[in-house]
Design a protein around this ligand. Structure first.
Ligand SMILES: Cc1cc2nc3c(=O)[nH]c(=O)nc-3n(C[C@H](O)[C@H](O)[C@H](O)COP(=O)(O)OP(=O)(O)OC[C@H]3O[C@@H](n4cnc5c(N)ncnc54)[C@H](O)[C@@H]3O)c2cc1C
Length: 259
């Protein structure tokens, strides 16, 4: 596949990943799936547990810390949520068995958010327990704005039981200026992202200088406090400014995270 086509496919893939209807359409269309899969390979460690473990081992051997997600749909029934939970637990067990180093990233909607809060908390609890056995963190991804409150509530409650839990916050949301002040006072780790989902009008900033300033402001606050954090961005300019902030504050609890 030529470079241009690959880049178009990558953009399509990013959009589809955040849109359930588009995702289902692609999964059912073999030709389209094959084309987009080539672009997706860059982001996929493997399609099986063993492939994922191998990929993590290779990255660990090059000195990289790794985070692994078992990608899935927004689950709408208890059985599928349990199956997803079991996959995460199997991966957490493999981390211990294989002595590899990988945190676990997950969408709460994959383990029951659209079924019930109780089911989600129970599944998250079991995954955190297993990950703790190998000293690994579980990092909750942040989803669309219709789920933000629910995700933050479950995070705050679960953090009272599990110290190995972290949360993703989206710099592009206006509400994050308040959420950040609350979350940064808690002990859990914070992954800072710009934000990927389309939002209703007036809830988020578009890409641009203003958003970059806000992103860097949160970055500075995290690094200055030496809060356990992941600065997750592909933006070269953000990366350069982050390095300057690291030189300034000399934090010890951060990672720079890319997919
Ligand atoms: C580890 C990790 C976890 C994430 N978790 C979440 C989450 O839970 N919720 C959420 O809403 N979003 C999440 N995101 C996505 C995030 O919100 C952004 O959409 C994404 O990182 C692109 O924004 P950016 O900061 O790289 O800057 P942008 O301003 O979007 O892009 C800056 C430059 O980087 C390039 N670029 C963008 N993406 C990539 C890429 N994948 N590979 C190579 N170059 C790229 C762009 O073309 C542009 O030139 C996550 C991202 C990462 C890295």
């Amino acid at each position: 596949m030529d470079k241009h086509l690959l880049s178009v496919a990558t953009d399509a893939l990013k959009k589809a990943a955040l849109n359930e209807e588009a995702k289902n359409y692609i999964l059912q269309n073999e030709k389209l799936f094959k084309t987009l899969k080539k672009a997706a390979n860059r982001y996929i460690a493997g399609e099986t547990l063993n492939e994922a473990i191998l990929a993590v081992k290779q990255l660990n051997s090059k000195g990289y810390k790794v985070t692994t997600d078992f990608m899935g749909e927004s689950i709408r029934n208890e059985k599928d949520a349990d199956e997803a939970k079991n996959e995460f637990i199997a991966f957490a067990k493999a981390i211990k068995r294989e002595s590899i180093n990988s945190s676990i990233s997950l969408d709460l909607s994959h383990i029951g958010l659209l079924v019930s809060n109780d089911l989600t908390k129970q599944n998250l609890h079991l995954i955190c327990e297993e990950a703790a056995k190998s000293n690994q963190e579980v990092i909750i991804s942040m989803e669309g704005t219709d789920r933000t409150d629910q995700i933050l509530d479950i995070y705050k409650e679960s953090l009272k039981i599990h110290s190995n839990l972290g949360i993703t916050i989206q710099a592009y949301l206006y509400r994050t200026s308040d959420d950040f002040q609350e979350i940064v006072r808690l002990s859990g780790s914070i992954r800072l992202v710009k934000g990927a989902y389309d939002t209703p009008k007036n809830l988020s900033l578009p890409r641009g200088i203003k958003l970059d300033e806000i992103y860097l402001n949160y970055t500075e606050q995290l690094l200055a406090r030496n809060h356990n954090c992941a600065i997750a961005s592909h933006d070269e300019a953000i990366h350069k400014e982050t390095i300057k902030l690291i030189d300034k504050f000399k934090p010890t609890n951060y990672v720079l995270e890319y997919v």
